[in-house]
Design a protein around this ligand. Structure first.
Ligand code: NAD
Ligand code: TYD
Length: 345
């Protein structure tokens, strides 16, 4: 198969590129990425040495550039990871999210129709379902849960999902959508909670926990997300949505404490800061459908995944040190400097 992967220089996209190259010797990967602040060619250095891998720098919302790329390659499936992905940045500047996440999706699907690409897969998120209350551990997101978004990021992802379903119904585009819970693992950009806490703890810097730290996220090791998408593009039913998650809910503060314990750092580094606006309380996926239809199960337990992830950040210091010493330093200052402390625990 020739798989066109967008956003392959980012966290999950890059892990997916390696998942395919390492598991399927007959598959070729064409990676399209605009190389925004979140895209990193260093992440793809091993792939660049592989003859089965081609890199194309382009913005998915640039119709002309995308049509040229589709014209150059014989594509069997498009897997769209490319997106602005950070909730805090979407609160600061929503516009970019609408362009990349919604219009970019439209351009890719138009290209699929124009060039008769037989399959389009949209990588979506559980955040399109909004949040669940903290005091109802019996509730989970299923594929039937109504879309009910909170942040400009989740609203843009939900809009894209609706557009994907419209292209299927109206134009007959063969699509699938996956909605995954929070990922963690290698190449995770240090603006996101887990790598942010690891890299700051290593430097003995304060760890900014939003609000009370009681918000719950459902964490999945990134390779398990890749194996799920791989199954969906090969065996999933056209027109269907599949939730992906491994029933691993954790309060943020507990995750931060695990990271500190693993690194042998004191809990006094924790600082409670002013909460995120519109902060979703709890995400929790019901993965029954992908398990029963496609036999998918996650392979990595959180206890092992978090150790592997911490080891990766210890072994690959130059990867993240290059990031945090650049433009990211201004971002951190802007986002956190005037945040102020939240209530003491
Ligand atoms: P990321 O921010 O690490 O990477 C995004 C990549 O997309 C970067 O390489 C960036 O350069 C590229 N990109 C951004 N806008 C682009 C554009 N207009 N054209 C071309 N390339 C562009 O994001 P991630 O965490 O790897 O997330 C990948 C996808 O998975 C996103 O669609 C996100 O919504 C979804 N998702 C993420 C999570 C998570 O926990 N991180 C969970 C569920 C779903
Ligand atoms: P994040 O990694 O941004 O993912 P998402 O918002 O898409 O779930 O954040 C995960 C959780 O961690 C979320 O509840 C917000 C919280 N958080 C903090 O407490 N401090 C931080 O500095 C960041 C970035 C996130």
């Amino acid at each position: 198969m020739n798989i066109l992967v967008t956003g392959g220089a980012g966290f999950i996209g890059a892990n997916f590129v390696y998942y395919i190259l390492d598991n399927y010797s007959d598959d070729n990967v064409i990676c399209v990425d605009a190389l925004t602040y979140a895209g990193n060619m260093e992440t793809l250095s091993r792939a660049m040495e592989d003859k089965r891998f081609t890199f194309e720098k382009a913005d998915i919302s640039d119709r002309e550039a995308i049509y040229k790329i589709f014209g150059r390659h014989d594509i069997d499936v498009v897997v769209n990871f490319a997106a602005e992905s950070h909730v805090d940045r979407s609160i600061e500047n929503p516009e970019l999210f609408l362009r990349s996440n919604i219009l970019g999706t439209q351009v890719l699907m138009d290209a699929c129709l124009k060039f008769n690409v037989p399959r389009y897969h949209q990588v979506s998120t559980d955040e399109v379902y909004g949040d669940l209350p903290l005091d109802r551990p019996d509730l989970f997101f299923t594929e039937e849960t109504p879309i009910h978004t909170s942040s400009p990021y989740s609203a843009s992802k939900a809009s894209a999902d609706l557009l994907v379903q419209a292209y299927h119904r109206t134009y007959g585009l063969p699509v699938t959508i996956s909605r995954c819970s929070n990922n963690y693992g290698p190449y995770h950009f240090p603006e996101k909670m887990i790598p942010l806490m690891i890299t700051r703890a290593l430097a003995d810097e304060s760890l900014p926990v939003y609000g009370t730290g009681e918000n719950v996220r459902d964490w999945l090791y990134v390779e398990d997300h890749c194996s799920a998408i791989d199954l969906i593009i090969r065996k999933g039913r056209i027109g269907e949505v599949y939730n992906i998650g491994g029933h691993n809910e954790r309060a943020n503060i507990d995750v931060v404490k695990i990271i500190l314990r693993e690194l042998g750092k004191p809990e006094s580094l924790i600082t409670y800061v002013t909460d995120r606006k519109g902060h979703d309380l709890r995400y929790a996926i019901d993965p029954t459908k992908i398990h029963s239809e496609l036999g998918w199960l996650p392979a990595t337990k959180f206890e092992d995944g978090i150790k592997k992830t911490i080891k990766w950040y210890l072994d690959n210091r130059s990867w993240w040190e290059n990031i945090i010493s650049g433009e990211y330093a201004d971002y951190y200052k802007r986002m956190y400097e005037n945040r102020g402390e939240a209530k003491k625990q």
